[in-house]
Design a protein around this ligand. Structure first.
Ligand SMILES: Cc1cc2nc3c(=O)[nH]c(=O)nc-3n(C[C@H](O)[C@H](O)[C@H](O)COP(=O)(O)O)c2cc1C
Length: 178
């Protein structure tokens, strides 16, 4: 698909997934797309773990409460290191956000669906920390997001977005385009 059409067609998918395995090559391609993202001062603060092992997936989902993405045959966990790019400037959030968007696009391009689950696992109940422990992630990395990967059973529901003209302008704030 043309990249611009792909960007517009990507949506968060929160439905069930088909029991169709995701080949390892596809998981690698998705992670390569993530790591190809820019990072502040090229600090490359984002690391990734793809999980397709049934037992490990079950363990991870046992700590994700309420359950989300539990029918997906694979997931990609996003890890960040809060390293300063320079002085006190840390771009870790921007770095992993760019990596996640690249991966979401690669996921759609390869015929799968996903959803950016970050809010759900970074709350006070520290689900991300529990997931990190299961995956033997060292303490200087934080597991901030996971992306289920799989073939969707249904269509993603489309969110309401504000019209273009309410959020983007030419030549000045709220300019009508002259
Ligand atoms: C930083 C961030 C955190 C998110 N966390 C969650 C989450 O925990 N659970 C969820 O269902 N969706 C989560 N989302 C997905 C958003 O809800 C979704 O992108 C938004 O509603 C717009 O829909 P769209 O992705 O279909 O364009 C998150 C998205 C971002 C960027």
């Amino acid at each position: 698909m043309n990249i611009l059409d792909l960007i517009k067609s990507r949506h968060s998918y929160r439905g069930k997934y088909k029991a169709v395995p995701v080949p390892r090559e596809d998981l690698i391609k998705i992670m390569e797309a993530g790591l190809a993202a820019p990072s502040g001062c090229n600090k490359q603060t984002t690391s990734l773990i793809a999980v397709d092992d049934k037992e490990i997936l079950e363990k991870l989902h046992s700590v994700i409460e309420p359950p989300v993405g539990e029918t997906a045959p694979a997931m990609i966990c996003v890890l960040t290191q809060r390293i300063n790019a320079y002085r006190d400037k840390c771009f870790a959030v921007q770095d992993y956000s760019a990596a996640i968007e690249n991966m979401l696009l690669a996921i759609v391009e390869l015929g799968y669906e996903s959803c950016w689950y970050e809010g759900h696992i970074t709350d006070e109940d520290r689900i991300g920390y529990k997931m990190a422990q299961i995956l033997n992630v060292p303490d200087d990395y934080e597991l901030v997001c996971f992306l289920p990967v799989g073939v969707a059973e249904s269509e993603p529901s489309l969110p309401k977005k504000l019209p273009f003209g309410e959020r983007a302008w030419l030549n000045g704030f709220r300019n009508s385009g002259k």
